[in-house]
Design a protein around this ligand. Structure first.
Ligand code: PMP
Length: 405
C-alpha cells in the first residue's frame, strides 16, 4: 500500500505555515524533523494532568509521572531491540550520549592506544574522541572516504589492530547521506577487540535499528530527529559495558548511599542519569516512536526512496549543479553546490520562496576541508514531503541559479 502523504501532512500543524504568503516547503529534516499532533498532545497532556518529579514522590502524581517516564524507556528499548530497559540511558541528545562514552573512554585510554573515526564525522562524533585522545595521550586515527562519500572499508580493516580501543562511526552521514555498512564494520572492529560506538543521529529516523543485530557496544540518538521533542535522546549501551562505565555527572538520582566523605553509586540506568530528568521529553519521545511505528514502515521507505529518486533525476538535468555525496546506499539527504554561487546565497533566495534548506559546513568542517569546498547547500527529505515539493524546490533552485549568475 502506498503512503497517504496528504493525510500524514494533516497531522503536522506546522506544515500549514505560510512564509511571506508562500506555503512552507520544509527540507531541513536532517537538522530536525517537525512534530505530529500526537507528540504535541502528549507534552500538553503530561503538563496538564500529571506533572511531578519522578522516582522520589510518595504521592499520586509522582507515581503516575514515574510510571509514564519508565514506560517511555520501555518504548525506546523495544524500538531499538535493547536486551533490557537498563541499557537505555536518557540523555539530552546524541551529543550528550557521545560525551558520556568519550568522557568514560578518556579515563580508560593511555598513550599508545588508538581510537578510530572516519572522515565523514559530524563534530559531535569527532571533537568528543579528539578531546579524549588529547587528554589521555592516545592517537586518533581517521579513515578516508572516496570522492563519492563512501568509506574505504579496506583501509578501515587495515587500521584495526590490538591498540584500537574504540571505533566510532556514523550510521548515516548528515552531510553526505551515506548509509554506512555498520554491521560489517562492527564485526571487523569486534574481531580486533575494540569497543564500537555508533552515532545514530541520522540513522534512527530511517527505522529498523536493532542494536543487538548490529552488535555494537553503544548507539546514540536524539528524539528531535525522530519527530520527537528537542532536549531528549538516548545512549544505548550493552549492559555489561555500561555497568562498568565511569560515572558521568554526579548528584541526585544516580546514588545508592551518600556520606560526607564517600558515595556508593546506584545501578543502571540511574548511575548515568544525574538530577531531575527531562520527563516530558522522554514521554514525548515515546509518543513519537509510537506514532512512527504506527505507520506502514514499508510504505514510508518506498516514499522516501521515491523523493530521493525524483530529486536525483532533476539534479542530473540541471547544469552547473554538483552533488556532494553520491554513495550508492543513501538516505534522502542531498548536499550540493551551484557553480559560482555561495551556499548561503542559495539558502537566502530559497527562503524568500518559502523553502527551508540548510547551508554551511553541516557541522563537519574537517569533511568540508577534505572535499575542498566551503560548505554545501543541503536539502533533506522526510516522510511528509511530496514529489510536488521536490519539483518546486528545483524550480526555485533554477530561479536562484539565474539570479546568482
Ligand atoms: N551526529 C550527526 C550525524 C548529526 O547529524 C547530529 C545532529 N545534526 C548529531 C550527531 C548531534 O545531534 P544533536 O545535536 O541532536 O545532539
Amino acid at each position: 500500500m502506498s503512503l497517504d502523504v496528504t493525510a500524514l501532512r494533516q497531522q503536522f500543524p506546522i506544515l500549514k505555515t505560510q512564509i511571506d504568503g508562500k506555503p512552507l516547503i520544509y527540507l531541513d529534516n536532517a537538522a530536525t524533523t517537525q512534530k505530529p499532533q500526537a507528540v504535541i498532545d502528549a507534552l500538553v497532556e503530561f503538563y496538564t494532568t500529571c506533572n511531578a518529579n519522578v522516582h522520589r514522590g510518595s504521592h499520586h502524581l509522582s507515581d503516575e509521572a514515574t510510571r509514564r517516564y519508565e514506560k517511555a524507556r520501555t518504548t525506546v528499548a523495544r524500538f531499538i531491540n535493547a536486551n533490557v530497559n537498563e541499557e537505555v540511558i536518557w540523555t539530552s541528545g546524541t551529543t550528550e550520549s557521545l560525551n558520556i562514552v568519550a568522557h568514560g573512554l578518556a579515563q580508560k585510554l593511555q598513550s599508545g592506544d588508538e581510537v578510530i573515526i572516519t572522515e565523514m564525522e559530524h563534530h559531535a562524533n569527532l571533537v568528543t574522541w579528539q578531546q579524549a585522545c588529547i587528554k589521555s595521550g592516545a592517537s586518533l586515527v581517521v579513515i578516508p572516504i572516496s570522492e563519492d562519500g563512501e568509506l574505504d572499508l579496506a583501509k578501515f580493516k587495515a587500521a584495526l589492530n590490538n591498540r584500537t580501543k574504540l571505533v566510532a562511526f556514523p550510521h548515516v552521514s548528515n552531510a553526505l547521506g551515506t548509509i554506512n555498512p555498520i554491521k560489517e564494520m562492527t564485526a571487523m572492529a569486534k574481531a580486533a577487540g575494540a569497543l564500537v560506538s555508533v552515532d545514530g543521529a541520522q540513522g534512527i529516523a530511517h527505522g529498523g535499528v536493532d542494536v543487538q543485530a548490529i552488535g555494537c557496544d553503544f548507539y546514540s540518538f536524539s528524539g528531535h530527529k525522530l519527530f520527537g521533542p528537542t532536549g531528549i535522546g538516548c545512549l544505548w549501551g550493552r549492559k555489561d559495558v555500561l555497568e562498568d562505565w565511569p560515572i558521568w555527572q554526579t548528584g541526585g538520582e544516580m546514588i545508592a548511599d551518600v556520606e560526607y566523605q564517600q558515595t556508593t553509586f546506584g545501578t543502571l540506568p540511574f548511575r548515568l542519569e544525574a538530577g531531575t530528568p527531562n520527563i516530558s521529553g522522554a514521554i514525548g519521545m515515546a509518543a513519537a516512536i509510537d506514532w512512527f511505528m504506527g505507520l506502514d514502515q514499508h510504505a514510508i521507505q518506498t516514499h522516501e526512496k521515491a523523493l530521493l529518486t525524483r530529486a536525483n533525476e532533476l539534479a542530473a538535468d540541471m547544469q552547473g549543479l554538483r552533488l556532494i555525496g553520491t554513495a550508492k546506499n543513501k538516505v534522502g539527504i542531498m548536499s550540493f553546490l551551484l557553480d559560482g554561487a555561495h551556499p548561503a546565497d542559495i539558502g537566502f533566495i530559497l527562503d524568500r520562496q518559502g523553502i527551508a534548506i540548510r547551508t554551511g559546513d553541516n557541522c563537519a568542517q574537517p569533511l568540508m576541508k577534505r572535499l575542498n569546498i566551503p560548505g554545501t547547500a543541503r536539502a533533506s527529505f522526510s516522510i511528509y514531503n511530496t514529489i510536488e515539493e521536490v519539483e518546486a524546490f528545483f524550480r526555485a533552485l533554477k530561479k536562484a541559479q539565474t539570479m546568482l549568475a
